[in-house]
Design a protein around this ligand. Sequence first.
Ligand SMILES: NC(=O)c1ccc[n+]([C@@H]2O[C@H](COP(=O)([O-])OP(=O)(O)OC[C@H]3O[C@@H](n4cnc5c(N)ncnc54)[C@H](OP(=O)(O)O)[C@@H]3O)[C@@H](O)[C@H]2O)c1
Length: 345
Amino acid sequence: MKIAKIIIIGFGNVGRAFARTIALKKKFVESRYGVSLSVVGVADSKGMALKSDGFSEYELLKLCEVPRSGVNLFSPYAYNYVDLKYMYDMVQPDIHVELTPANYVTGEPGLTNIMFALTRGAHVVTANKAPIVLKYKELLEIAKKRSLQLRFRSTVMGGTPLIDTIMSLRSEEIEKIEGILNATTNFILTEMHDKLIDFEEALKKAQIMGLAEADPSLDIDGIDAAAKLVILSHVIGCSISLDEVKRESLSKIKLRDVVEAIKEGFVIKYLAYFDVRRRETYVRIVKIPKTDVFAQVNGSLNAVRIKTDVGEILFVGKGGGGLETAHSVLDDVIAIAIGSEGGMR
Ligand SMILES: NC(=O)c1ccc[n+]([C@@H]2O[C@H](COP(=O)([O-])OP(=O)(O)OC[C@H]3O[C@@H](n4cnc5c(N)ncnc54)[C@H](OP(=O)(O)O)[C@@H]3O)[C@@H](O)[C@H]2O)c1
């Protein structure tokens, strides 16, 4: 059976969910696709664990139990430092899975890691948006030169096959992309509408539920949604930069705005928008009629409406979440392992 050797860089929520999913679905993938997925290396910010003939399902599940930043405790396979070069020399991975945090200023550590992976001949799957947002063309060029795949399906609406479907639209011209691309802000707005609470209270609830980070600015200031718009622009071959997306912070919203909108038969949503022909793009607070389909997209659901020269396509579904993102990453890994093309344009 063909063996695909995988390394996981970043072992937080998604990294652990991904490792657990591989352990639980290993047999299923083997019987359905005839490939064996073998995790040979894992790293967090403090250390790494390496096993050149692959961790067993049991070992992977045990590895998921180490505390945060605790990969270096997983003896006898552990190291107290992270050294990608050493890792590649030791385990020679086929697929590099990048699950480190997004930094939209530098792209690091994901950018350097992905560059390194491609130059060392490994295919790349990333859920980290920043390197794709900031350096898509450069990364793609390196990947193409080396006949490698760069896949990032989980970066936008990980729980819904949005990117793959858009990539399959080969003859349609995409004119507009519009959507609710951030689960945290949609949850906050839904709470404000349903419970008539103010922004701060709704945000606090999102934080308690683990939907919003302690520092929620990436979500609240529209950076996450703008980043997703940038990735979609790359996918349709009409790239915009993060700076081009005009952003209005959701923190400006007041309960009285919501109440007024409700009285007038409207709903307030935080929409990401890209008019491809006019290159007009923004993330902002928008009042939409109650009859608009986006008005029914509530809580942590996401939605995207794609207008093409043929018609409209609507996607509604789960955005991220550890389990959904892990499966989306695994879909990309399987696609590479079975030799399916189409990870890039
Ligand atoms: N959570 C979701 O639902 C979701 C959905 C779509 C995309 N994403 C993206 O997926 C990525 C991972 O998300 P997450 O929720 O798993 O984040 P997370 O829980 O913060 O985990 C990030 C992991 O990266 C590790 N890390 C940080 N710097 C590193 C370095 N230099 N070398 C190696 N590892 C390093 C961290 O190490 P320590 O454990 O030592 O801190 C941690 O294990 C992010 O880019 C996120 O935006 C997440």
